[in-house]
Design a protein around this ligand. Sequence first.
Ligand code: ZN
Length: 261
Amino acid sequence: MLSVKQRQLNLRTYYYFYTGNIDGIEGTLTKNAYRNFQKYTGLTIDGIYGKNTNNKLIEVIKNLQGKLNNKGYNLVVDGLVGTNTINAIKDFQRKNSLSVDGIAGSNTYKKLNDTPIVSTKYRFPVNYIYVTQEYKSSHLALDLGWGTNYGGKNQPIYACYEGTVIINSYASDAGNYVAIRHDNGDISRYLHLNSRSHLSVGTRVQKGENIGAMGTTGRSTGNHLHFDLTKNGSRVNPLDYLYVYADQIVSTNSKNLVRYI
Ligand SMILES: [Zn+2]
């Protein structure tokens, strides 16, 4: 469950449902905010902050962070409003001649949904990028390794783009793996995960959202991510489509292989 302070931050940023101070106190304004949020999102309106309200409040902020990332921001998609999310909203509002208040209301959402997408570019699925095996006829994928100082053997794996989880499973060769279908029909897959992903099939994920941890399950000789990308039914070279975002680190020996946003 989110802390009361975090609930207030999320509820203020999302349509200004919370209008009071961020004080961590569950007073009348906070409870009213629960009620109005429940009403707006179609939940049972009881003014009680339960599991469904909590999940929904995380979901709407993840969705907002994903929309901002589609406009070129590099937010961690965690469903938690913090300084970075507020600053991204303000910057977006400034650039789109909206009143700059850091609150995502109907005008901001209208622009987020309407304005042309700045970046449809896939993001590398790890934040420390170390190519250990490239795409070739006998390996229609990209293998990515790890670095001791950058998350180690179990560095987090992130969705390369917004989409819907279509597989979360285990297979003897792939190990624990996840497949995501993107809205343009492309499918990205993430193999050998350390354990089963927490994401259930049908879940909507945002670009940069965590889907699991690097591992070596299945037919694998060491910790790595086997990432593949299918376009129009064919596996394509991921290096032709993935971009390094500003907050990502590239290992020295991979610098010449990758492209930067
Ligand atoms: Zn591989």
